[in-house]
Write a protein that binds this ligand. Structure first.
Ligand code: PLP
Length: 415
C-alpha cells in the first residue's frame, strides 16, 4: 500500500516510502541501490505502475473517436487525468492543460505557436544563464526564424540570478521571459513570483520551466500568475513520454495550432481545415493515454505523501549531504545559492566527473555526471562537468551516508 503519512500526521518515514518503489530493491554491483538521480528521472511507485497496468488490461483503446465502451473508458481515463492535472496545479480550466511529451515539447510548442508568429526584429526574449538546453535552444530557433533577439540574465558565483541585471535587461522590447523555477544543474530556486510580477509590469509574458519544481514544491498556477508553465511526468514519479503545458486560456486560444493531424481538427477538406476546441487543438495524433493515467496516479501519490512533507524531507537530506560533502578534502560544491532544492552538484579535485560516477556506481550509488544539459552553466564555472546527486521522496539518511562514503572511496582511489 502506498504510504499516506501527511493525513495521519506521522513523521515522514522515508524507509517506508522507499518500499513503495520496487526498483529500489535492486542490487547494483553487489550493493543495494542508492538512487540519487531523480532530477534526471525519478522512479515510479506501485500505485503508478498499477494504474498504468490496470489501464492497459482493462480500459485501453483510442480516445475521443470511438462510440464503443472501451474507447469511452479510455477517453474518461485520459480526460480524468487532465482534470487531475488541473487540480494539482490549480489551473482555472482543463482547457488550459495540454498534454505533451515533456517539458521540452511544451517549451517548443510555446516557441513555435506563440513566439514565432508574433515576434520579429527588435523584439527580445529574456532567459537566465542557468537554463537547461530545453529552455535555450527553442528560443534560439525562434530568433533565427523571426529575427528577434535572445537576452540572457547573468548568474553570480553562487549560481543565483543577479536580479538587478535581470531587471535591467527586462525592457520595453522584452516580449517573453522564460526561466526555470529550479535549476537542474545547480539546484538554485529562482524568485519566480517576483519575475512574473516584474515581467507583467513591463508587458512581457512569462514561461516557467517547472521540470525541477513540481516534484518538490506545491505549484499553484493561478496564484503564480505565469502565462505558461511546463513540466515532465518522469521527474515526478510518473512514466516517461508524458508532460504538461499549462497555458492561460486567453493566450492558448489566440495561438495557431502547432502540429496538424487527427484530433486537433473539427473539419477537414482539401480546401481548408478548421480547428478543434482547446486544449485538443494542440494535441495532434494519438496521445500518450497510459502516460496520462500514470501521471494522474503520480499526482495522487505525491499528495498522499504530502508535497510539503516531501519537500521538507528532501531539504533536510540536502543540508545533511551538503555539510558532509563539504568536509571531504578536494570537493568543490558547484551551486551554493541561499535557496536551493534537491540538487547537489560538485567536483572532486583530480578526478573527472565521469570517473567519479563510475566509482560511485561500483558502490551501488547512482549519480549523474556531465554537463546536465546546461553547458552554459559549466562554461560559466569554467568546468567541463560536475557530478550531481539529487534527492527524491524515497531517499534516506542511509543513502546520504553511503553516498558520502563512496565519494571518500573515490578520493582514496585517485588520491
Ligand atoms: N528543464 C529542466 C530544468 C530540466 O531539468 C529538464 C530535464 O532534465 C528539462 C527541462 C527537459 O525535460 P524533458 O527531457 O523531460 O523534456
Amino acid at each position: 500500500m502506498a504510504a499516506n503519512l501527511s493525513s495521519i500526521g506521522a513523521p515522514y518515514d522515508a524507509a517506508r516510502v522507499r518500499r513503495d518503489f520496487p526498483i529500489l530493491a535492486t542490487h547494483v554491483n553487489g550493493h543495494p541501490l542508492v538512487y540519487l538521480d531523480s532530477a534526471a528521472s525519478s522512479q515510479q511507485p506501485l500505485p503508478v505502475l498499477r494504474a498504468v497496468e490496470d489501464y492497459a488490461r482493462q480500459s485501453h483503446a483510442n480516445v475521443h473517436r470511438g462510440v464503443h465502451a472501451l474507447s469511452q473508458a479510455a477517453t474518461a481515463a485520459f480526460e480524468g487525468a487532465r482534470e487531475r492535472v488541473r487540480r494539482f496545479i490549480n489551473a482555472r480550466s482543463t482547457r488550459e492543460i495540454v498534454f505533451v511529451r515533456g517539458t521540452t515539447e511544451a517549451i517548443n510548442l510555446v516557441a513555435q505557436a506563440y513566439a514565432r508568429p508574433r515576434f520579429g526584429p527588435g523584439d527580445e526574449i529574456l532567459i537566465s544563464a542557468l537554463e537547461h538546453h530545453a529552455n535555450i535552444v527553442p528560443w534560439q530557433m525562434v530568433c533565427q526564424q523571426s529575427g528577434c533577439t535572445l537576452k540572457v540574465a547573468p548568474i553570480n558565483r553562487r549560481g543565483e540570478l543577479v536580479y538587478e541585471e535581470f531587471e535591467r535587461l527586462l525592457g520595453a522590447r522584452t516580449r517573453l521571459v522564460a526561466v526555470a523555477q529550479v535549476s537542474n544543474a545547480l539546484g538554485t530556486v529562482l524568485p519566480v513570483a517576483r519575475i512574473v510580477a516584474d515581467a507583467h509590469a513591463r508587458g512581457a509574458v512569462v514561461l516557467i520551466d517547472g521540470a525541477q519544481a513540481v516534484p518538490h514544491a506545491r505549484v499553484d498556477a493561478r496564484a503564480l500568475g505565469a502565462d505558461f508553465y511546463a513540466f515532465s511526468g518522469h521527474k515526478m514519479y510518473a512514466p516517461t513520454g508524458i508532460g504538461v503545458l499549462y497555458a492561460r486560456e486567453e493566450l492558448l486560444g489566440s495561438m495557431p495550432p502547432w502540429q496538424g493531424g487527427g484530433d486537433m481538427i473539427r473539419t477537414v477538406s482539401f480546401e481548408q481545415s478548421t480547428w478543434n476546441d482547446l486544449p485538443w487543438r494542440f494535441e495532434a495524433g494519438t496521445p500518450n493515454i497510459s502516460g496520462a493515467v500514470g501521471l494522474a496516479a503520480a499526482m495522487d501519490y505525491l499528495e498522499s505523501l504530502g508535497i510539503e512533507a516531501v519537500a521538507a524531507h528532501e531539504s533536510r537530506l540536502l543540508a545533511l549531504a551538503t555539510a558532509a560533502l563539504a568536509r571531504v578534502p578536494g570537493v568543490t560544491l558547484v551551486g551554493t545559492a541561499a535557496h536551493k532544492a534537491s540538487v547537489l552538484s560538485f567536483t572532486l579535485a583530480g578526478v573527472h566527473a565521469h570517473d567519479l560516477g563510475t566509482i560511485l556506481d561500483a558502490e551501488g550509488v547512482a549519480v549523474r555526471t556531465g554537463h546536465h544539459c546546461a553547458m552554459p552553466v559549466m562554461t560559466f564555472f569554467g568546468i567541463p562537468a560536475t557530478a550531481r546527486a539529487s534527492f527524491g521522496c524515497y531517499n534516506t539518511e542511509e543513502d546520504v551516508a553511503r553516498f558520502i562514503a563512496a565519494v571518500g572511496k573515490a578520493r582514496e582511489v585517485f588520491g
